[in-house]
Design a protein around this ligand. Structure first.
Ligand code: Y12
Ligand code: CO
Length: 176
């Protein structure tokens, strides 16, 4: 399955993803194609809508203490639901769909998430730190929300200006 990252301002990213009911070979194909793409693009989290599939599917692969990602630590979440959100955290986030821009975002510190694995088995995970932030970031994608949507008015304006300039430069470099 050939996948490509959908980048802002593509309207596809605003779509609300739909519940997965079939845990079939097609779902496994999608998950199997998302993982190498996420690694190739230096991502630690990726939602299916970022590869133009509006399904409630996301993957996470947090690097270990040596900064290395391994398949052992890959988490695949289907139909995730937050059942607990506690405390406050601020983290400088980035997104494969908004390349080149990083900004502080307010999140919950600890979350508990109920989800299904690729076979439809129910799982529960309670976590904090980077994994908690990544879960919240990726779950926002399922609602069509990007981290830039959570910025203050002034920071969002700054982003739009910088991003427009970056896209213009990209276009000029491509044509020269
Ligand atoms: C903390 C903050 C955000 C998340 C969500 C997952 N985000 C990512 O995995 C973002 C990765 C990323 C990688 C980039 O590098 C390339 O595309 C090669 C990137 O691009 C540039 O900066 C040019 C942007 C974001 C989880 C936890
Ligand atoms: Co993202």
């Amino acid at each position: 399955m050939e996948l490509k990252i959908v980048e802002y301002p593509d309207k596809k990213l605003k779509e609300k993803s739909v519940e997965v009911k079939c845990f079939d070979a097609l779902l496994h194909k999608l998950l199997d194609a998302m993982y190498p793409l996420m690694l190739e693009t230096n991502g630690i989290g990726l939602a299916a809508i970022q590869v133009a599939h509006a399904k409630r599917v996301l993957i996470l692969n947090i690097p270990n203490e040596d900064g290395e990602q391994s398949k052992e630590n890959l988490i695949e979440m289907i139909n995730p639901v937050l059942t607990k959100k506690e405390g406050d955290a601020v983290y400088q986030e980035g997104c494969l769909s908004v390349p080149g821009f990083y900004e502080d975002v307010n999140r919950f510190d600890t979350v508990c998430v109920n989800y299904q694995d690729r076979h439809g088995n129910t799982k529960i995970l309670e976590t904090d730190g980077l994994l908690s932030i990544a879960i919240q970031h990726e779950m926002d994608h399922l609602e069509g929300i990007l981290f830039i949507d959570k910025l203050s008015y002034a920071r969002r304006k700054k982003f739009e200006k910088e991003y427009k300039r970056m896209l213009k430069e990209k276009k000029e470099n491509k044509n020269s």
